[in-house]
Design a protein around this ligand. Sequence first.
Ligand code: DAH
Length: 360
Amino acid sequence: MQDLSELEAELVAAVDAADGPEALDAVRVAALGKKGRLTELMKGLGALDPDARRETGARLNTLRDRVAEALAARKAVLDAAALDIRLEAERVDITLSPTADPLSQGRIHPVAQVIDEVTAIFGAMGFTVAEGPDIEDDFHNFTALNFPPGHPAREMHDTFFLRPHEDGTRNLLRTHTSPVQIRTMLAGPPPHRLIIPGRTYRCDSDQTHTPMFHQVEGLVIDRNIHMGHLKGCLESFAAAFFEVEKVEMRFRPSFFPFTEPSAEVDIRCNRKGGEIRFGEGDDWLEILGSGMVHPNVLRNCGLDPEEWQGFAFGMGLDRIAMLKYGPPDLRAFFDGDLRWLRHYGFGALDWPNLATGLSR
Ligand code: DAH
């Protein structure tokens, strides 16, 4: 039998020479595996006489333990070296300035920003947000809103109609967010206090019109609601939205089939010097339509106008986004040009709220 201390020296040297996990495993198998050299020696013990077997067995056990120890020690060294290499490769230099990651590059579209701002303002006044479908029927978009059949206002809206059904009726792309007033009032009992932001469609395209645009509708239905509530609500909104102390408003008599009386609302502004400033100046700028909900509309929704009254308003979101943030051509809002979005867009984590400021 080979001298065991020589064998030990040989095996330990092989262990120490292993330069990676695979080489180390090969050494282990060659020594301790099923056909390993130590294993073979152990197998040979049976042929010895009892005294020699006891003595050689004890020495082989010791040898096996030493080799196992050497393997474990070498494995720890190799593992630590591998970890060092990995840590070096994955090192992050925290002194570098931030790189352009998706979060810092992504931008919130001005319309989305304005919807968030409007929601924050009306949310603080106790309004909730409702939505309705883009594809509407004649009843919700016109009839229930007190547009008589053949009334010119139906044509005024430059409606996109869908292909007619068998019975001749046609769905349409909603021309305003007002149909969601009807859906809300039919869905549950008053009081209601909500805003309805969403897409609207009219066949129109120039610098200030696009076939798809955005509106926000407001609806308040309760007992004893009057024009004073409407004025106060809109004045608070306009000051908060344009981020000035106070906005002076002008209510001009107007006509909408679904409100009586109706008013278009202008705000005082200063257009001198090529930019618009609110809360000062001698110019007026129209920002929305509004009025007291028409008794016929209430009746169409099963409400008794003697018991319930309310006000409503509708405002172009793209328009107020243009006024507040300055992009001059509405069509560019929907071009999907990343350079435009980088210029006019907002940081993904700058969530508008009244505590830290809307457009900070
Ligand atoms: N729906 C109107 C439009 O698109 C805007 C409007 C005016 C909505 C007066 C209202 C309102 O709720 O009271 O032109």
